[in-house]
Design a protein around this ligand. Sequence first.
Ligand SMILES: [Zn+2]
Length: 400
Amino acid sequence: MLTAHQIRLDPNNVQATYFARAAGTARFAYNWALEEWGRQYQAHLANPNLPKPNEAALRRQLNAIKRAEFPWMLEVTKCAAQEAIRQLGTAFKNFFAKRTGYPTFHRKGVNDRFTLSNDQFEVQDKHIRIPKLGWVRMRECLRYKGRVVSACICRIADHWYASITVDTLEERLLPPSENQGAVGVDLGVSNLATLSTGEVFTGSKALRCAQKQLRRLAKAVSRKEKGSHNRHKAKRKLARQHARVRNIRSNELHQASTSITRRFHTIGIEDLNVKGMLGNRCLSRAIADMGFGEFRRQLEYKAKWRGGHVVVVDRWYPSSKTCSCCGVKIETLTLAQRHWTCQACGTTHDRDVNAAINLRNMAVSSTVSACGGEGAGPARERRVKPAPVKQEFNSKASFE
Ligand SMILES: [Zn+2]
């Protein structure tokens, strides 16, 4: 199984300059190939005898001219340009499959990065060897054993990181979950996650807390003269604050998803339409702040590592409105109603816990029916119900 470990690098000034230059080369090659692609495609339309553009041909073409036209490219690893064009090929593949829009040009300072193929670098303890540069210090050792596939050197705020992809050759990287039971996880805006056991992960809402400061810093950037040193400094400050928010959020998502997958084998969650929910202006910031899509991704891969599994319950299943005691569904329940009492059996429910219990029950029934071989349990039936195409696309896009 492919998995990546992102490690902070400790480059000296010479090495940091090399990284910036290699990232610049990668960006230049990508933008050059994108422009060339458009030009060759137009030429192909005008004269169908000319071949359609493709990434392999573009790489050969750049190799043929780089010595004469872009001699500075030779100062950094050849991977920077080659892998960038390969990535453009992937971007076009995604575009043709209608997963993304037409590839756009890369901007300086936005996602500065370059990729190394596995024959071009070497990892030893806390060092990584970069071609035409030498050994660079890493903050920690590579966590996974297996075949190293590739490495991406990227800049986040003003630090450099190496994201090393490893093929671990085995599926289960962690011991099985302690409790082989099932749990339902209800994702919410006021609390990140509520478990069917009643446990609550509040989530720190990092962005909301830092919003005031982010706004102040963004304003400071816009007040500085363009191209000035002060503007550059203000930009760095803003980027650091954004990185801080991201770190806080990522930390709490990881802690929650690890805590859940460590204890439970079967996890039921709702198939949230995150993209649709982000369209709601009142809630969008709170939802983006929580990082639901990322949370679900983490639950899924961490469960897989422990041999557990995540059951995704259909989006239209009324998990909040169904009584978890008697199964009666109520008609109306507003978002503001945190508690409600079932008319049929008289139980008073906490909205989120009730939803989580329903999700757990759905997860259990779907596993039973899957194991029984009948494949006719209620949850299973709902999941295979053909959904409108647009919806499928949305749910995929928001979780990829
Ligand atoms: Zn009831």
